[in-house]
Design a protein around this ligand. Structure first.
Ligand SMILES: *[C@@H]1O[C@H](CO)[C@@H](O)[C@H](O)[C@H]1NC(C)=O
Ligand SMILES: *[C@@H]1O[C@H](CO)[C@@H](O)[C@H](O)[C@H]1NC(C)=O
Ligand SMILES: *[C@@H]1O[C@H](CO)[C@@H](O)[C@H](O)[C@H]1NC(C)=O
Ligand SMILES: *[C@@H]1O[C@H](CO)[C@@H](O)[C@H](O)[C@H]1NC(C)=O
Length: 402
């Protein structure tokens, strides 16, 4: 593992010297992302899942970055976004949860089908999703084949999601400390890193597109490795440097402020962009300010904010200010799709807001999570090569589908 790790370090150092803007590829390598709603569980508390994930993400061992303290990165039992990933040769296709908040790609030991390309390295893995053993195997993403990709085969998991595993597209450093018996700073290359190392993409970049959807199961997203898909956004992409503020900096962290009309909801602070969170969570004080500004009440059944149709008509844009750019979440973008109200335990025709409480006050270094409900309105780019996150408007930014 050491030769590969140091090779990666050299490559990353070389890249940091020659940082250049992301090129737009003619033929991006894309994987469709499907959204799945788990409708079998009756009324499910979406908020509770997002908040427990937020707590786990904020609780990081500052020495090693590892989260061996028993915290689980909870994911939603109710909504998840998956991509079809092949492992082995011949490949078994697994629908894996797409997670920008973790960096290990893993499958459960129970579902792992071993082939001649599956190699048990004998090294224990202890990740935020559970523990098991490291394997290397052939991993197929669309028409690209990565050889000897380290993966986790997780035998003891606290994961309760709808999928049998995760494709982790978070930053490389998030894999520090998960490999037992190695120095705490040892890392495991992510699939994106290996696509680069094995010369299939020219930059360590992932572009993510989601489209708002009101059906319970839909292929409404796209993951592009190595570049961005120009057909999925409108206007120009604006980039912002990754934040230096911990713990947001361990993930895809950025600085932003949030305003509602002329009211400041959240002063400029650090937070993260996360495909594994459904709602948009903001620090408790900001949440109170948003609730006051909108006049919403907290609905006990769903935990979400509830507004009347009169309040909905009066709703203003919620502006996410990143660098010199403002990403305006329209009133329709601030509400849960009404067609899906009953899936989250809500009542038909009620209007629920998708902004909610992170559960902790601002000033803790991770004060907001721009989750899926943000990402379905703005194309997003996770750029390791240039240490930045990009956003662009899309054909759906002002959609009224909700
Ligand atoms: C992979 O598929 C894309 C289209 O999705 C295509 O443009 C590209 O040329 C293919 N690459 C290879 C190596 O076949
Ligand atoms: C669906 O949600 C229910 C309730 O949370 C859970 O018990 C069940 O395991 C979930 N189904 C799947 C396939 O994850
Ligand atoms: C983000 O905010 C922090 C705290 O104000 C500041 O130190 C930092 O320079 C800002 N920018 C970046 C890229 O981290
Ligand atoms: C933001 O705008 C200011 C004033 O126009 C300009 O000086 C600065 O370079 C801009 N920053 C970025 C990151 O574009």
């Amino acid at each position: 593992m050491f030769p590969a790790a140091s090779l990666l370090t050299i490559l990353l150092l070389a890249l940091s010297i020659t940082a250049s803007p992301v090129e737009i590829r003619d033929s991006p390598i894309t994987l469709p992302i499907a959204r799945r709603l788990n409708t079998s569980g009756g009324t499910i508390n979406l908020l509770q899942h997002d908040q427990s994930r937020a707590t786990a993400l904020k609780t990081v061992d500052r020495d090693t970055l590892s989260r061996r303290t028993g915290n689980t990165v909870a994911t939603n039992d109710v909504v998840c976004y998956t991509a079809a990933v092949g492992i082995g040769d011949p490949a078994t296709i697994y629908n894996l949860l797409v997670d920008t908040g973790s960096s290990l790609t893993w499958v459960s030991a129970a579902s792992y089908v071993k082939t001649s390309t599956s190699v048990d390295t004998g090294r224990p893995i202890s990740s935020s999703y559970g523990s098991g053993t490291e394997y290397t195997d052939t991993v197929t993403l669309g028409n690209l084949t990565i050889i000897q990709q380290p993966i986790g085969v997780i035998s003891e998991s606290t994961f309760t999601g709808i999928t049998v595993g995760v494709i982790g597209i978070g930053p490389l450093d998030l894999t520090e400390g998960i490999l037992g018996g190695s120095p705490p700073t040892a890392t495991i290359p992510t699939v994106t890193d290996n696509l680069y190392i094995q010369d299939m993409i020219s930059q360590i970049v992932v572009g993510v597109s989601f489209e708002p959807t009101t059906s319970e199961s839909d292929t409404n997203g796209e993951l592009t490795f190595g570049g961005i898909d120009a057909t999925k956004y409108t206007g120009a992409v604006a980039y912002t440097p990754l934040t230096t503020t911990e713990p947001a900096s361990y993930y895809w962290g950025i600085n932003e402020s949030i305003t509602y009309g002329s009211t400041t909801i959240l002063s400029e602070t650090a937070g993260i962009v996360d495909t594994g969170t459904t709602l948009i969570l903001i620090a408790s004080n900001a949440f109170s300010a948003y609730q006051s500004a909108t006049g919403a009440i907290e609905d006990e059944t769903t935990g979400l904010l509830l507004i009347t149709s009169t309040q909905y008509s009066a709703l203003m844009n919620l502006n996410f200010n990143v660098g010199n750019n403002t990403y305006a979440l329209t009133p329709n973008g601030q509400i849960w799709p009404r067609a899906l109200n009953t899936y989250i335990g809500g009542s038909t025709n009620y209007i629920y807001l998708i902004i909610n409480d992170l559960g902790t006050p601002s000033g803790e270094g991770l004060d907001f999570i721009n989750g899926y409900t943000f990402l379905e309105r703005f194309y997003s780019i996770f750029d390791t090569t240039n240490s930045q996150v990009g956003f662009a408007t899309t054909a759906y930014t002002t959609a009224t589908t909700n």
